[in-house]
Design a binder for this molecule. Structure first.
Ligand code: 9UX
Length: 72
């Protein structure tokens, strides 16, 4: 079974930013798919919780240079 998480992402200003974040997330082992909404500043990620933790998804976003954190 897959889990979905919404992650707020700050700093994306264009479609290329959106693609960078989306690609970074999709490359994390355990991620099934990821879609990033530029205008909503949100990433939606479906992942296998037995393989990857949400904190690792946040870290992958941060490595692309954008700011992300888990919602409280
Ligand atoms: Mo273009 Mo988005 O440099 O940062 S990729 S604005």
């Amino acid at each position: 079974a897959l889990t979905r998480v919404q992650i707020p992402v700050e700093g994306m200003t264009c479609a290329a930013c959106q693609v960078r974040v989306q690609r970074a997330l999709t490359r994390v082992p355990g991620v099934a798919d990821a879609s990033v909404n530029l205008l909503a500043h949100q990433a939606s990620v479906r992942f296998d919780a037995s393989r990857v933790r949400p904190e690792e998804l946040v870290a992958a976003i941060q490595r692309t240079g954008y700011d992300a954190r888990l919602e409280p």
